[in-house]
Design a protein around this ligand. Sequence first.
Ligand code: SF4
Ligand SMILES: [Zn+2]
Length: 388
Amino acid sequence: MTGGIRLTMADNQAKPKRLHDLIKAPENTEWAQKKKHSWSGERPATVYYTPEILSDGTLTSAVTVILRTKGCHWWWSSGCTFCGYFNDTRDDVTSEDLHAQWAFAREKFDDFADHGMVKVYTSGSLLEDREIPLDFQETVLRDCHQLGKELVIESRTEQCSEEKLAWATSINPRFTVAIGLEALDEEVLRFHINKGFTVKSWYRAVENLQNAGLRIKTYLMFKPPFMSEGDSLVHTVRWIEGVAELSDEISINPMNIQRGTVIDRLFRAGDYRPPWLWSLVELIERAHPYIHPKGGKNGDGDQISRLLIHPTAAGRVRGSHNCGECDREVAAAIERYSVSGDLLEFAGLDCSCRKIWENEIALDLVVPSPLGVGQRRRGPMLEHLRSP
Ligand code: SF4
Ligand SMILES: [Zn+2]
């Protein structure tokens, strides 16, 4: 490069030192850094409650505490292609800050008195010592056990070692670990998601969690980058089948576009459309037999796992959406299925946009266009067909 033109998109004038700074330019911009450090380290990012089901099937509500943390160590060196959690972090959060955030959440919800479950999310892994000070990990585990609340935490696979789980279960003998597996496919993990761990490491983590007597929740990503909607439908059903026996719960995360991520760039370039809500309905209908082999619903004797989909930003252009007319009704049916596990939730749902979606899915599987034939893509169709 000559004439002082740099490859970086960051606002500051410093020469980028690492490839990482070039690729992840948006989060290095001045506005992003300013925003990041405008958050208070003593308040959680957000605290709210939603209806939930306890592990024994009882209806309850769960308080979700999203803590303001240093974020995910995988993000520090690379990061998943869709993950915008870094937007909510700050680099200097201390153990005292985290304890203050936790105290705030406990106080706000009266020590979770009216709720049977607490979900503690850290924009990374709670049991990762580089991200979360050990004494704070202990506080969360101990408090939830002493308060008699079912605890759900999130983790990557590396943290689920025998030693770490032995330590954690000595403080809290039964909690749920949610792992963002995203895809039961090594190639997708590597080239579409940039997950930084393998399917093999997930199997290892599951074995350790089972041996420790802990519950397992598995997140799968619907429609990762560089995959058409039709392909995604076929693959995700297969992945659900593959993880069902090993997971107490399977939570499908339909892609939503978070700022400053790789998928955000694809989206803004017109090369990616978030999933149709119809695809999620179809996904549930095709995967249901792997969850309920005898066609039952949640709570019935044939239940192997629990299948959940809570589409973030449903009906919005950056979240799963249909035509705009039917979005609310279809999203509500998907939410209802997540509680009941009953396919009848979808009975009678229809809209004129369903035909458009059907054609798109069918074409995705026969036209050699790896990014899909979705109508929202800009530019000439011939170019799409040539696109790598
Ligand atoms: S491992 Fe999780 S938190 Fe870390 S970058 Fe990936 S999705 Fe984000
Ligand atoms: Zn519609």
